[in-house]
Design a protein. Structure first.
Lengths: 111, 251
């Protein structure tokens, strides 16, 4: 798994590549936590090169979503989600919780 | 390739999940499963092994044994561990609705496993340990099983020497597309030997190409003609369309 984090003017863009499973989900969680702890709650997760995400990774996404949305201060939005990853979210009933966009620019611009 | 068996034993460490995924992916590909099915197997096994590491071996450590039995179109994965015993039935189903604040994200792994695989069976034994067997069959096989449709040919009027060729060409055309044909004879008051010949030829065709032909709704006079010719013993004849459909289900 590789994570690239770009801090834009108002939004943080986090691109996750490869596989997210129990072994590296804590790493992903740490990145999100760092962003939140610095007072930033608008995050876009770019899934263009995300091959696989297990329930462990989904748990991180949900807890980050909860934290960002609290007090209406932000959101975690998704972009470039493949059909397969979309299917995984759907299976978990999480597809209804996240706003998704076809590309990073639109996702960032949505805030 | 008939059946092949692949094995892997790893210690209960999340660092080994990648190796497990690679192993299972290779096995699924050997079974000629397509990308989606392979992804499903890999994900189900990942979730199962994660559960073993996090729960079965929560306070201890041990080995996880994976065994893949592969044959064309089918992959059977057996995962064994000697950790804390596990009762799959006691795990509450995950919360798949509810808004964000209420949503618990527990029990998802099990839900995924059951959703992704065709058959899942958990068992626990004080000596042999915990075991989960999960089976994935190639999706296109299941598609073929699901497409249990058949064509209905409704014959009309007397099937005599003049009309028989028409019925013959109708059936011949159908055999190129359909594997199961029901001939509805409700509107046929009479059939001559020419008509019987056409039906017999069609029946021979089914034996050659492993397809099925069933007749139904024979009028009493036509049924008598079939009996006289001994054809009632040779053809599958259903009382009505529903009976004919049922006969198709039991080859």
């Amino acid at each position: 798994m590789e994570i690239s984090h770009k801090e834009l003017k108002r939004v943080d863009l986090v691109k996750v590549s490869g596989r997210v499973d129990s072994s590296n989900a804590p790493e992903l969680e740490a990145i999100f936590r760092t962003i939140n702890e610095s007072g930033r709650f608008r995050i876009v997760m770019d899934m263009a090169t995300l091959e696989y995400i297990s329930s462990a990774g989904l748990r991180v996404m949900v807890s980050t979503l909860k934290n960002c949305k609290r007090y209406n201060r932000g959101d975690l939005r998704l972009t470039n989600m493949s059909e397969r990853i979309g299917g995984v979210l759907e299976m978990a009933g999480l597809d209804v919780l996240f706003k998704t966009f076809p590309n990073a620019a639109e996702a960032v611009g949505s805030f | 390739m008939t059946k092949e068996s692949l094995n892997l034993t790893v210690s209960s460490n999340v660092a080994n999940l990648r190796a497990i995924a690679d192993f299972v992916t290779k096995a699924a590909q050997k079974a000629n499963l397509d990308d989606n099915d392979t992804f499903a197997v890999q994900m189900a096994v990942d979730e199962a092994c994660t559960n073993i590491i996090m729960h079965a071996y929560a306070d201890t450590s041990g080995d996880i044994h994976l065994d893949c039995q592969v044959e064309p179109g089918k992959c059977v994965v057996t995962i064994r561990d000697h950790g804390r015993s596990f009762d799959a039935e006691s795990v509450p189903p995950p919360d798949l609705t509810g808004d964000i604040e209420e949503r618990r994200v527990g029990g998802l792994g099990l839900h995924f496993i059951r959703n992704l695989m065709d058959e899942v069976c958990f068992s626990s034994d004080p000596i042999k340990g915990n075991q989960v067997i999960m089976i994935k069959k190639a999706s296109q096989n299941k598609q073929a099983e699901a497409n249990k449709t058949f064509a209905i040919v409704a014959a009309h009027g007397r099937i005599d020497a003049a009309a028989a060729p028409d019925l013959e060409s109708q059936l011949e055309a159908l055999w190129t597309q359909e594997a199961r044909i029901v001939v509805d004879m409700a509107d046929v008051p009479y059939i001559s030997s020419s008509g019987l010949k056409v039906l017999l030829a069609a029946l021979r065709q089914t034996r050659r190409q492993q397809s099925q032909l069933v007749l139904c709704n024979l009028q009493p006079r036509v049924a008598a003609i079939f009996e006289m010719a001994g054809f009632d013993q040779v053809f599958a004849i259903g009382k009505d369309l529903k009976a004919a459909a049922q006969m198709l289900e039991q080859p």
